[in-house]
Write a protein that binds this ligand. Sequence first.
Ligand code: RIB
Length: 278
Amino acid sequence: MKALCFGSMNIDKIYSVDHFVSEGETIPCETLNTAAGGKGLNQAVALSRAGVDTYMAGCIGPEDAILMDTLEANNVNTENVVVGDDFISGHAIIQIDKRGQNSILVFRGANLKVTEQQVIDTISKFSEGDYLLLQNEILMNKLIIDEAKEAGMIVVLNPSPVDKKIYELDFNKVDYLIMNELEKQQLDDHLNDYPELKIVLTLGDKGSVYMDMDNTIKQEAYSVDAVDTTGAGDTFTGYFIAGIMQGRSVKDSMDLASRASSIACTKLGAAKSIPELR
Ligand code: RIB
């Protein structure tokens, strides 16, 4: 059984600041770290570090070895990553404040270059029972879901960041929807139409909740001194699905995901802060 993460790859430029810059304000910053990120890449790294056979698909530019290097160093298969000569990789400008909270501006760049052909070619390499993880930082999600369902894949959607494209998706074809509180509020009206969805709601330091037609399962968060919460949700998503793929119960998968995401908050950076399951 394989997992395909079809999604964004970004170069994260991480600025440590006293407070987030406000309208009309200029603030100095002495610390800049550059690291691999993007919700797609982060979730692929989390799956792989949790022991899943993981494939990444998406688009990047030619000049940024950090994205390919990070995937390869984490044993993520990159044969479905398209490097376009005229693409510019996506990047994110991330402010981290003293509490470890973040504020993120994303330039989507090459993440908008996914084509129909890339979707069809990629999904044709997967089959029944394989998992697809999607976020909302690339185009073509509707086609990706249609093709994946046709192939018998299990579809996991993290609808982040929510925008109007999400409403084009047929949630009848989504098996797991993993999101935070704000995203749930944004989607609430839409969700009433899909009572059979399995929903995982992440609540930051208040833990997480799993809900389906028959069960509601609560998981507490593990308390840590947060340095940087960037990528904690991606770590949770990757680890939760890894747990399910590896045959753990929902409760055990939530516990595993909660432990992994709390560890990810103790280090700076998105992908590089994701722990390895031993
Ligand atoms: O979820 C965190 C990620 O969101 C960052 O790595 C950044 O690249 C943005 O895509």
